[in-house]
Ligand binder design. Structure first.
Ligand SMILES: Nc1ncnc2c1ncn2[C@@H]1O[C@H](COP(=O)(O)OP(=O)(O)OP(=O)(O)O)[C@@H](O)[C@H]1O
Length: 619
């Protein structure tokens, strides 16, 4: 049969023809004027370019990683090799029988060599690429004589869209043939294609889940996904905050348990109220079932929103022992109906505490009414508190007007900055506390009031009493239960909880996507004294979020005031401060004389001079 090849390359006519695939390939080789005796010049990649191709075809190599050894095992030690080539015909990998591997090397059938038809004439790899189908090229069917000792089977490898990625080839010595090799090479390509498909599915799954995570962080509402077993698979930061739990206590847990609900939450319809959150605050949820095209239930996605009550913030944050203790005391105070006095610097969270006490008390269903005694003119405080009767003064509303005490019926009245309450109103307040009834201004009729009083102050009330500016009897009446809220500088660990919450809140309010906070920034925030307490921290975070450019808040975003204060701390370490102090004291004792001061410190005079210059101490 080799005569067929001989006649063709000699340009002689013949009655017999080889397989049509081979004949088409021979014609292409002739058109390309290929030398049929030997390959004129092998196209061999140098090591660096081969490495580049290997990297470019990483996915293909990965998909074939286990398939090539599997095929070799199947060939049971017979003299065969298996090759993986890229879509340009370059051999990327060759495995198999060592004897045949070295024989193959004599014709450059090895990694780095190009086996396209244009380079090597008719051969299984190149012809499979040209014909885009599985082929076998046996012995003399190779166009170039030097390859006649080969028998090869090859098939193209395609991706899910039919795009050509490479070729799988099995080669052996001429004469060894086996009908099953055609099937084997096809089976190998199918296995590689399946692996590629699985990889692609995994990548698109990873993309979807990372995309959902990223998109959900941009929402200001809580976002939750639940799988078909009813377990929570994803929750954004807003959701974690609203629940008042830790992320690790939510992820992977049954939704029914997290939402403290008896029914499976996935089957909730629109707008169901869920009794959730550690602080007992109600959230509103809206879940939708996710189904596939056949209508099978896959899981559910939902949003959580605070109900109106929670929007007025009745939950608190802070991991420090001080904060936990304060709020534990608040909860204890809530169970009694006594008057509560909350003391703390401005911005420490006194109103947050007052709302918490109300929320935890048996009156939580009643109203919470606040009045800031420092924020309204003193002449109006009385009418604000007790209301007025019809016609009690010119311009008074017809039918009169109830005051805050009446509005707080069966609930809580919060008197903020109670130290600023005028003396005459203090007397009336004391009477209301005793009698539990009020007169509206200009009215003769008493009205029963049933409201729990929570007062707050950032002043030293005892001092005001001593100065005669606050009534002693009212002071004792108010401080039945006292809650002290420490300043933020005494519980700076709370910053670690407050900052992410304020960042999240500011991003949502300013319509920005989620932002992270760098460790370096946390260090600076922890080093600052926060004279304005939590309110100052919140304002600081809000302005950083508004002005920051990237998606990570860093030290450069700090407002000047905080930046310069914390910088000074950094550059002047405690040790330096102490050294400077010791030198100053020695100089003070020796009335500025250097030699005795140096003796006292146990150092030489020159060292003392050097230290004084270093610490900017004038002699
Ligand atoms: N533990 C906390 N968790 C979350 N936010 C808090 C907490 N404490 C305070 N805040 C927030 O800090 C800000 C100041 O709190 P709040 O108004 O309760 O302080 P205050 O002590 O009543 O201030 P002032 O004395 O000026 O009236 C508010 O925005 C509040 O939401």
């Amino acid at each position: 049969m080799a005569k067929l090849w001989q006649r063709f390359v000699n340009g002689e006519q013949t009655d017999e023809e080889p397989d049509s695939v081979i004949l088409r390939s021979w014609h292409r080789c002739r058109e390309n004027r290929l030398d049929f005796q030997q390959v004129a010049r092998n196209d061999l990649l140098p090591a660096n370019l081969l490495q580049q191709r290997v990297e470019e075809n990483e996915e293909l190599l990965q998909a074939a990683k286990d398939v090539l050894p599997f095929l070799i095992r199947y060939l049971k030690g017979r003299e065969f090799i298996v090759l993986l080539c890229d879509h340009d015909g370059y051999v990327l990998k060759a495995l198999g029988h060592p004897t045949f591997l070295s024989k193959a090397q004599t014709v450059a059938l090895s990694p780095g060599a190009n086996w396209r038809e244009e380079a090597k004439g008719t051969n299984a790899i190149g012809t499979a690429l040209s014909e885009r189908q599985a082929v076998k090229v046996l012995g003399w069917e190779h166009y170039v004589r030097e390859n006649h000792f080969l028998n090869c089977w090859a098939a193209p490898i395609k991706d899910a869209r039919g795009e050509l990625l490479g070729v799988l080839d099995i080669s052996g010595a001429c004469g060894i043939t086996d009908e099953r090799l055609c099937e084997l090479v096809l089976m190998g390509t199918r296995m590689i294609e399946q692996n590629l498909h699985v990889n692609e599915l995994q990548n698109s799954y990873r993309f979807c889940s990372a995309g959902i995570k990223m998109a959900s962080q941009m929402l200001r509402d809580g976002f939750v996904t639940i799988n078909n077993r009813g377990e929570i698979t994803e929750i954004n930061d807003a959701g974690v905050y609203m629940l008042g739990k830790r992320r690790e206590d939510v992820l992977g847990r049954p939704a029914a348990e997290v939402f403290e609900s008896k029914t499976n939450v996935a089957f909730y319809g629109e707008g169901q109220k869920l009794p959730v959150s550690e602080s007992g605050t109600p959230l509103q949820s809206s879940f939708n079932q996710v189904k596939d095209e056949k209508g099978d239930f896959l899981g559910a996605v939902g949003v959580l929103q605070p109900t109106l009550q929670q929007k007025e913030q009745t939950f608190w944050l802070g991991r420090s022992e001080e904060t936990k203790k304060s709020f534990q005391n608040g909860a204890k105070a809530a169970s009694t109906l006594s008057t509560v006095l909350i003391q703390g610097e401005s911005g420490t969270g006194k109103e947050v505490m007052a709302r918490y006490v109300h929320q935890m008390s048996p009156r939580h269903r009643g109203p919470f009414v606040a009045l800031n005694c420092a924020a309204i003119p003193q002449t109006l405080i009385e009418s604000e508190l007790f209301g007025y009767a019809d016609g009690s003064f010119t311009g008074a509303k017809k039918g009169g007007q109830p005051g805050k005490f009446e509005m707080a019926q069966n609930g809580t009245i919060f008197l903020d900055e109670v130290g600023d309450m005028p003396h005459n109103v203090q007397a009336t307040l004391l009477r209301v506390l005793q009698e539990k009834e009020i007169y509206r201004i200009g009215d003769t009729k008493t009205r029963k009031v049933n409201a729990r009083i929570i007062a707050a102050t950032n002043q030293d009330l005892k001092k005001l009493v001593d100065e005669g500016r606050f009534r002693l009897d009212l002071y004792y009446r108010l401080k039945v239960v006292t809650l002290n809220i420490p300043p933020l500088r005494e519980r700076s660990e709370d910053i670690l909880d407050l900052v992410p919450y304020f960042v999240h809140k500011a991003c949502a309010e300013q319509g920005r996507s989620a932002m992270a906070v760098s460790d370096a920034l946390y260090k600076r925030l922890l080093a600052y004294g926060w004279p304005g307490n939590i309110r100052e921290l919140q304002n600081c975070v809000e302005s950083m979020v508004a002005l920051a450019e990237g998606n990570v808040l860093g030290e450069d975003d700090l407002p000047l005031e905080v930046a310069s204060a914390t910088m000074a701390e950094d550059t002047c370490s405690l040790l330096e401060k102490q050294t400077r102090q010791v030198i100053l004291e020695a100089l003070d004792k020796t009335k500025g004389k250097i030699a005795p001061a140096a003796r006292m410190l146990g150092i030489g005079r020159t060292t003392l001079y050097r230290k004084m210059e270093e610490y900017n101490i004038k002699g």
